[in-house]
Design a binder for this molecule. Structure first.
Ligand SMILES: [Zn+2]
Length: 318
């Protein structure tokens, strides 16, 4: 298992009219303190029984824990069938009072951000929170089609909004990194590492939870539709060069993630669920170093042209 864990990216959204909100996204880097983080035995967490993974939750949140556990378990069953592998994970579903004792140190004050401590331990919020609410735009100022998507995805019966459905799905993105790391896949490029887990996420949702597609797609659509005028970096070459140090800046990183969500959807729509299996097998098999050109050729011939197109047509895709 690779000694990787998730790092924090801080993304300020200013590109939409009237919107200033913050988004934290995860990439992969090394947070030594996270991998060795000790969760105190004295923490009063309950254990949810009846699931294949270890699931602990804050007192009073059994219902929420069971909801997330079912989402994870359903995804695991699907991925086991598709790629023949299930990682070992421990889920922590936490109230605000327990958050700091478990979360990675840089996220102590960011209750609500799902993250992967060490490719085994996943940290998830039990409650809606200010962080999630900070992403809710002034919906009435959005273009009509985006406003409609946003309402479909995140409106509550009382007319207010919650981003909980999107962040619950980001937890599956984080779980995806446990799959690739624990199975020993070679991702070859940082962009593939992020694209791959978004392909996992999109394929699962489209196949088994299509009612959640609006929640998965509306937020990235909002970002992509705002254009690139405010971003200094938009090429995959820059993503590779700047990824390890987050040199593109957190907000710019969030734009890349939104593009990877869009690419995952395009790949699924073009090739269906079998692309995931083919790509998994190809990344497990091809452990050798590859040039950009030979990597793209392998993706085109062994997996699906739509995967190669993420690299080949990156600059011409809207
Ligand atoms: Zn990621």
């Amino acid at each position: 298992m690779k000694n990787q864990t998730s790092i924090l990216t801080f993304w300020k959204l200013k590109s939409l009219p009237g919107i200033t909100c913050t988004l934290l996204l995860l990439g992969n880097s090394v947070w030594g303190q996270s991998a060795h983080q000790v969760i105190p035995d004295s923490l009063p967490l309950e254990k949810l029984m009846g699931y294949s993974q270890t699931i602990r939750y804050s007192i009073g949140h059994q219902e929420r824990a069971a909801f997330i556990a079912r989402l994870m378990e359903n995804a695991e069953v699907f991925f086991q069938k598709e790629v023949g592998f299930t990682p070992k994970t421990e889920l922590y579903i936490l109230a605000p009072g327990d958050w700091k004792s478990v979360a990675a140190k840089p996220l102590h004050d960011v209750y609500g951000f799902p993250h992967n401590l060490d490719q085994v331990r996943l940290v998830i919020a039990a409650e809606d929170n200010d962080f999630w609410r900070s992403f809710i735009p002034p919906v009435d100022t959005l273009p009509a089609s985006l406003a409609s998507q946003f309402k479909t995805a995140y409106a509550k019966p009382d007319g207010t909004y919650t981003m909980m459905p999107f962040f619950d799905l980001l937890a599956l993105h984080e779980m995806g990194h446990s799959y690739t790391a624990q199975a020993g896949l070679k991702m070859h490029r940082h962009w593939m590492g992020e694209l791959f887990v978004n392909i996992m996420l999109h394929t699962y949702v489209a196949e088994k939870k299509p009612e959640l597609l609006p929640a998965l797609e509306a937020f990235p659509n909002l970002i992509i539709n705002a254009g690139t005028a405010e971003y200094s970096y938009t090429s995959l070459h820059d993503f590779e060069k700047l990824y390890a140090t987050l040199g593109m800046g957190p907000r710019n990183y969030g734009w890349y993630q939104s593009r990877f969500h869009g690419s995952a959807k395009a790949i699924y729509d073009a090739g269906g669920k079998q692309v995931l299996k083919k790509l998994w097998n190809a990344l497990r098999q091809h452990q050798q170093e590859m040039s950009d050109e030979s990597f793209a050729e392998m993706l085109k011939m062994d997996v699906h042209p739509s995967v190669a197109d993420v690299y080949l047509k990156w600059n011409t895709t809207p």
